[in-house]
Design a protein around this ligand. Sequence first.
Ligand code: NAD
Length: 909
Amino acid sequence: MIGITSYGAYIPRLRLDRMSIFNAMGWFAPAIMMVAQGERSMCNWDEDTITMAVAASRDCLGGLDKQKLDALYLASTTLPFADRQNAGIVAAALNLSDKLITADHSSSQKAATTALITAFESVQSGERKNILVTASDLRETKTAYFYEMWFGDGAASLMVGDSNVIAEYQGSYSLSMDFVDHYRGADKKYDYMWEERWARDAGYGVIIPQVVNGLFDKLGITMEDVDKFVYPCFFKGDHRKISQRLGATPEKLIDNMHEVCGETGAAHAFMMFISALEQARPGDRILLCGFGQGANALYFTVTDNITKLPKRNGVQGSLENKKSIANYHKWLKFRDLIQTEMGIRAEAPSQTATTVLWRKNKMILGLVGGKCRECGTPQFPKADICVNPSCGAFYSQDDYEFADVPAKVKTFTGDMLAISVDPPAIYGMVQFEGGGRLMADFTDCELDEIKVGLAVKMEFKRKGIDQQRGFVNYFWKAVPVPGAIAEMDKIRFDGQVAIVTGGGAGLGRVYALELAKRGAKVVVNDLGGARDGTGKGSAVPADEVVAEIKALGGEAVANYDSVATSEGGQNIVKSAQDAFGRVDILINNAGILRDKSFLKMEPENWRAVMDVHLNGAYHVTRPAMTIMKEKGYGRILMTTSAAGLYGNFGQTNYSAAKMALVGLMNTLKLEGQKYNIKVNTIAPLAASRLTEDVMPPELLEKSKPEFVAPMMMYLCSNDCQESGSIFNVGMGYFNRAAVFTGPPVQLGDPDNPPTPEQIHESWEKINSLEGAREFEDANAAIFALISPSDETAAKEETPGGTPGSVQAIFDGMADSFNADAASGVDVVFQFNISGKGGGNWYCVIKDGACDIDSGTHEKPVCTINMEDADFLAMMGGKLAPMQAFTSGKLKIGGDVMKSQLLEKLFKIS
Ligand code: NAD
């Protein structure tokens, strides 16, 4: 079976809003309004017929063995070279084998379908097996012209072969006529068009039916045998009418894509055909026609293999990956339709030495580097010595293709001085997965979209044009992977309001900027005092940050109050309420230092530091939390320090205040839980005026506040469900700090406290953190301390039978009540037992009596939550209560300590 074995397409990401053409030029040519719907595809300034052809071909070759290709045909009417084989450039960029026949098919809009028929016939002859036919066009038009509206840019590829056929080729019919509806002289940039009416009536209206009927006669079929009818014709109304006249019902006609991309010249028949294949089901029959000085008609039957073809970007994917623009001047500049001053630098010699191009052909056009045979290190460019310092092997490099290797942005810059058609020139280091780096230009993106770590892919683009000699240079550039920009910017704060205390400098400034960049409205609070908190303060730091945010298009207001007073805290929150009407995020960041060794620490220095760090957090958090509670949402971040968490000589005041913030968080996390208020703490490491004379210069250089901001943003985001945790953050390193508690050791007995000697004897055990764990609150920690350890509990396990049912346990519970142990006890236990045999029971113990009932009590003191099976195991003595608690099988709510009474009050078997 011979037919199409794969397809691929490329439509440039840029789409020009057709109304922008009318808005700019409608005064001159009002009639163009008639076709000003939707958008047309538009090459970026560094794209052309060849680059688009390479992109479509790569899409078509995805997942296939490209070395099996034995011919490549390129069809276009806008080839950049009249005498240098253009298909050969595509083959070099695809890094195909030399043993290949390449050919350019040109000079007619039907060049692509002609090339396709030639390919089928070549495979039919048995001479060749796999032929890639790519069509690509970028047609120029004068401004304010219908054709400027009608045309689009794009490329489409079809693979012809005799195995894994997705659409079987059933035959073709061709007509060749010197019908000149338009033409382009060999030295002309623009097409010359004859009257449209004539092109419609005598051209499409006659020739398309003629070729279709010719094919029908030849194959003995009718329109009944066609499920999808593909033929390009940019006159939308006539496109429909001609098809109707041929007997095709409207659903058979494949849309001419006017609204979404425009007619892509010689590529358009393929583009529409691929669009038909993307919608096709096995068994569908497709009629494809190409028009231009006659016409070609081809007939296909779609096979089951269509469902097995690996996913292509195709027409659908290309259409989805778009950036709409309404900047008509950009269009004019990119198409060289206006002359701008490019500056003296642009006049630097640009001649290409074709000798070098030939010597480095694989490297420049194929992006082929080297991979060391000895150590496996890839590098670009390929060199005689391995770049890996611990290898350094000589002449050990094998060819290594970088074009399809996934990559990420390592560094980048936006350069306004470098020559660029679309400034700033963006370039930087690209890091390839598995090794290898390349200094590359970035294209098809804006500077503010690029971030370190952004996933990029390499694409073949125009590097520059030697206008004087008519030579086009090509090389590979980095393009963001579709969707990767949005993926990197998923955490957003649109519509939320953030308060950043001490936001005028250091970490606070970066926090405020980053939150604003992701959509938050920010209150930038800063007193603007000296590093030690002295001085009368200044509005400058907060104002400057607000100005920076506004310059980036964000929203912010300044506040100059001190966090150290209660009124200050209230005013800060009021600023947020007044300006934006809510508070969602609070970052307690303001800070000062007054370092002195403890014995020299006068009360004033102690107090000043406590006032800003600890009391400051109290003053601002309280009014902020009131609003958060009302709204049922809040994110609060405390700022601690390694000095507090671990100690630092000369910083007793600061350490005490910073650790106190952890205590504040621990309890706030519990109080905020019910209102979806999450409270976390960050211990940053960052260059700022607080650290400039403390950290060595090399460390300062590396520890930019920007490396701390991402953790701040995550902890302040809606995505963050963490609460009550502490994180050390700096220079791209992160870890969690926490209070861990070792397992309890019981000494003495209930009537006799242990002796100090016993403590000494057991020191190793008491001091051990083996098996240590975190507790979510004080009750849980105390409960764990005074309960027997897992080990002991396990030993004490009493063998017993599992009671029959949960209901039976509660039925018999009153009998096992130990009234003697209940004197003075006033408690309500609520039991929530989940699972099939579960239910709800409560037990009221008061005045030495026990009352058990099913259901839910209004005011339980202590709530026991368990699965039925676990509850049965525990009540049957097979699961020690402590073990159940530590393993999470027993969850206790309310007054946890009261659960201790259960064992005394009831005789658990
Ligand atoms: P910074 O001095 O650059 O910024 C602190 C800001 O807080 C200053 O702009 C200051 O004017 C402001 N401020 C001081 N007192 C204020 C008050 N009473 N009211 C309002 N604003 C006030 O210092 P930074 O390094 O960016 O520190 C930010 C926070 O991070 C501080 O809490 C600090 O203790 C903490 N911290 C920083 C590091 C680090 O490596 N930089 C390490 C651990 C903790």
